[in-house]
Design a protein around this ligand. Structure first.
Ligand SMILES: C[S@@+](CC[C@H](N)C(=O)[O-])C[C@H]1O[C@@H](n2cnc3c(N)ncnc32)[C@H](O)[C@@H]1O
Length: 369
């Protein structure tokens, strides 16, 4: 590797807490990134861990997730070149809001579900102040850090359960994890420097999108590498069930119902990749739309639907594919990563063309037919 390829590796991606996040697998994935990539897309970016690696590698990085709270991470850490949150910004964010009456969604919906009343009203007040920040990247950074603070505070780091307040009053649990009883403001102030320090300029015009990937791809051109890390269908695919609170906080929905014990929003966004009945058709469409992107890396898991062999067959209609496997020794890799389960990477490259000589005329045969 040349010196220039290392120049952004002093920056550190703040550790995420997100099901299926790939931050612990980055050195493994990095080995399979082809040479001479200039522009790469992280199509299902989640915590943005792979986008961050792309940015560090100096690629023009296009990142996308259909959930807006993930897009805010993309705006603040991937697209953003230098804007940070200052002391003055914090004063503005923590000040008593003048539009308090219009901001009571968290208090009304989540008090005694995930938070005590005082924490819920703190969150509403902070949310009311975010639009006062005069810069899109500052706003995105405020969302990124407050959302991360919420996952720190709530037991298990997701919102698909109703045990938050039960665990937060259990001395044994508190001993193991002090964050359960710490004020969100304190957590925010502690982790903000990690995010501020992670912002850098890789001298490329990186972009963060918030779309269904099947709608975004037709509008994106000149990509060398696509990284696909879709929800693992049949094995923890319900991101809107696990992280509904972060999306509700970011969107501050006015037009949704809040259902079940966890107060998940309804109706949900349509993914196309999280239900067995849709997933094959969605992959066909995804691969069809990616025909012009030469290299694809696809993360997968041996507990997902469709199974590895069927999925490999599906991919090989479009690309030459090699299957790389990493076995988890313990369950620390996130979603679907119980001990013994396998992380799969499909390494996909353009099909090799065969030249067959017939009657002295060379004919090009595409292996697909
Ligand atoms: C396995 S996670 C990605 C994890 C990510 N690589 C990381 O390191 O954090 C899958 C992501 O796909 C997103 N997603 C699901 N359906 C989508 C769609 N149709 N278009 C774009 N993103 C989608 C989910 O919100 C989720 O964040």
């Amino acid at each position: 590797m040349l010196f220039e390829e290392y120049q952004y590796f002093n920056y550190q991606f703040p550790e995420p807490q997100y099901l299926g996040a790939k931050h612990t697998l980055l050195p493994w994935i990095n080995q399979f990134i082809p040479k001479n990539v200039s522009t790469a897309i992280d199509a299902f970016a989640g915590s943005q861990s792979v986008s961050y690696l792309f940015k560090q590698l100096g690629f023009k990085t296009i990142t996308n997730d259909f959930l807006n709270f993930n897009n805010q991470i993309g705006l603040s850490l991937i697209e953003n070149k230098k804007i940070k949150l200052t002391k003055d910004d914090l004063q503005l964010l923590f000040q008593p809001s003048k539009s308090k009456d219009a901001f009571d969604l968290i208090e009304n919906t989540f008090t005694e579900v995930f938070f005590e009343k005082s924490e819920a009203t703190f969150l509403d007040n902070f949310r009311a102040n975010i639009p006062l920040l005069d810069n899109l990247y500052k706003q995105a950074l405020a969302f990124t850090v407050i959302n991360r603070s919420m996952t720190r505070k709530i037991t298990m780091g997701h919102f698909g359960h109703t045990q938050a307040l039960v665990y937060a009053s259990n001395p044994e649990r508190i001993k193991r994890n002090r964050s359960l009883v710490r004020p969100i403001k304190e957590i925010f102030e502690e982790i903000l420097p990690k995010y501020n320090n992670a912002i850098f300029d890789n001298k490329r015009e990186n972009q963060s999108y918030n779309q269904n990937i099947l709608e975004l791809l037709p509008n994106i051109k000149n990509i060398d590498l696509a990284y696909f890390d879709p929800p693992y269908c049949d094995s923890h695919a319900d991101y809107q069930g696990f992280y509904h609170l972060l999306e509700t906080y970011t969107e501050y929905w006015k037009d949704k119902e809040f259902v079940n014990g966890i107060k998940r929003y309804e109706p949900q966004r349509v993914s196309g990749f999280d239900k067995k009945r849709d997933v094959i058709a969605s992959f066909e469409k995804l691969f069809g739309l990616s025909e012009e992107i030469p290299h694809w890396l696809i993360s997968y898991n041996n507990r997902s639907y469709p199974g590895i062999e069927e999925f490999e067959k599906l991919i090989s209609k479009y690309r030459d594919v090699k299957v790389e496997v990493k076995t988890y020794q313990n369950g620390r890799g996130g979603k679907g990563s119980v001990a013994g389960s396998q992380e799969i990477l499909f390494v996909c490259n353009p099909k090799k063309k065969h030249f067959v000589s017939t009657n002295h005329k060379e004919q090009l045969i595409d292996e697909r037919f």
